[in-house]
Design a protein around this ligand. Structure first.
Ligand code: KIV
Ligand code: NA
Length: 266
C-alpha cells in the first residue's frame, strides 16, 4: 500500500472523492485505523480530553503530544499523519510556530501539522509551508479558543459569516494543503468548499465538505459524557470492554479462569 500524500488530498477534491480522517493517540489504534484505510490520522490535541482527562484542549502541551504522535507514526503504513500544534505553542509568531512544528517533524516524524485560526494564523502557516512542512488549517469553532468564543457554539452565523470567509481565504492563501471546518452551518461550509481550491475537512459542518473527521472515541463509543450532535456512534466498544472485563473478573473469582488449557506442565 502506498502512503497517502498531500498531493492526494488535492487529487481527491478534483475527483470528488471524500477524504476521511480520524484521530488517534497511540500505536495500537493507529494500526487498526490504518488497516481500515482512513486517509489521514490526526494526533489531535483532543488527546488532552481523551488521554489526559482535561476538560478542554487548552492545557495540552507539545511535550505531551510528541510521544503520542511517535506511536501513531510507527503504526501508520498508509495514512498521512498530522499532529496538532497545541495552544500556546505557535500564537506568538512564525518563529514560535516553526520551532514547535520542527519538533513534531523531528521527534515524532509526523507528515504534517495542524494549527487553529485563519487570518490570525496566516503568517505562521506561511512560514511552515516555506520551510517544507505541510499545514492543515482549522477554522470555524476552534477548541483552543473555547473561553474566548464563549463555549462550544456554532460559528459563522449572521454577522460572523464575513470573518469566517476571510479566515478560509487566508488559510488557502497562506499555503495550507487542507482546512478543517468545525461547527458552522451546512450552507456556509458548502459555499467555502466550492470557493476554495484546497479540500475542506468537516466536523459538524454538514454534508458538503470535501472530507470528514471525527474523534475516534466518539465514533466507536468509548467516550464518556454526552456526544455532540454531529457525531454518529458506530459501535459501543466502551460497554463491550466493561462487560468483558467484568466477566473475566467473575471468572477469576470463581476459579473458571484460568483453566487447564492455559497452564504449563512441568
Ligand atoms: O483535536 C482534535 O481532535 C481535532 C479534530 C476534532 C479536528 O482538532
Ligand atoms: Na485539535
Amino acid at each position: 500500500t502506498k502512503r497517502v500524500r498531500v498531493r492526494h488530498f488535492a487529487q481527491a477534491k478534483q475527483a470528488g472523492t471524500k477524504i476521511v480522517g480520524l484521530t488517534s493517540y497511540d500505536f495500537l489504534t493507529a494500526g487498526l485505523f490504518d488497516q481500515a484505510e482512513v486517509d489521514f490520522l490526526l494526533v489531535g490535541d483532543s488527546a488532552g480530553n481523551v488521554v489526559f482527562g482535561y476538560d478542554t484542549t487548552v492545557p495540552t502541551t507539545t511535550d505531551e503530544l510528541i510521544p503520542l504522535a511517535r506511536g501513531v507514526v510507527r503504526a501508520a503504513k498508509r495514512a498521512l499523519v498530522v499532529a496538532d500544534l497545541p495552544f500556546g505553542s505557535y500564537e506568538s509568531g512564525p518563529d514560535d510556530a516553526l520551532h514547535t512544528a520542527v519538533r513534531f517533524m523531528k521527534e515524532s516524524e509526523v507528515h504534517a501539522v495542524k494549527l487553529e485560526g485563519g487570518v490570525r494564523s496566516a503568517a505562521q502557516i506561511e512560514r511552515l509551508v516555506q520551510s517544507g512542512i505541510p499545514v492543515m488549517g482549522h477554522i470555524g469553532y476552534t477548541p483552543q479558543s473555547e473561553h474566548g468564543l464563549g463555549g462550544h457554539v456554532v460559528q459563522g452565523r449572521g454577522d460572523a459569516r464575513e470573518s469566517f470567509l476571510a479566515d478560509a481565504k487566508a488559510v488557502e492563501a497562506a499555503g495550507a494543503f487542507a482546512v478543517v471546518i468545525e461547527m458552522v452551518p451546512e450552507a456556509l461550509a458548502a459555499e467555502v468548499s466550492q470557493m476554495l481550491t484546497i479540500p475542506t475537512i468537516g466536523i459538524g459542518a454538514g454534508r458538503h465538505t470535501d472530507g470528514q473527521i471525527l474523534v475516534w472515541t466518539d465514533l466507536l463509543g468509548v467516550a464518556t459524557g454526552r456526544l455532540p450532535r454531529f457525531v454518529r456512534q458506530y459501535a459501543s466498544l466502551g460497554q463491550e470492554m466493561i462487560e468483558s472485563v467484568s466477566t473475566w473478573r467473575d471468572d477469576v473469582r470463581s476459579g473458571a479462569f484460568p483453566d487447564e488449557s492455559h497452564v504449563f506442565e512441568d
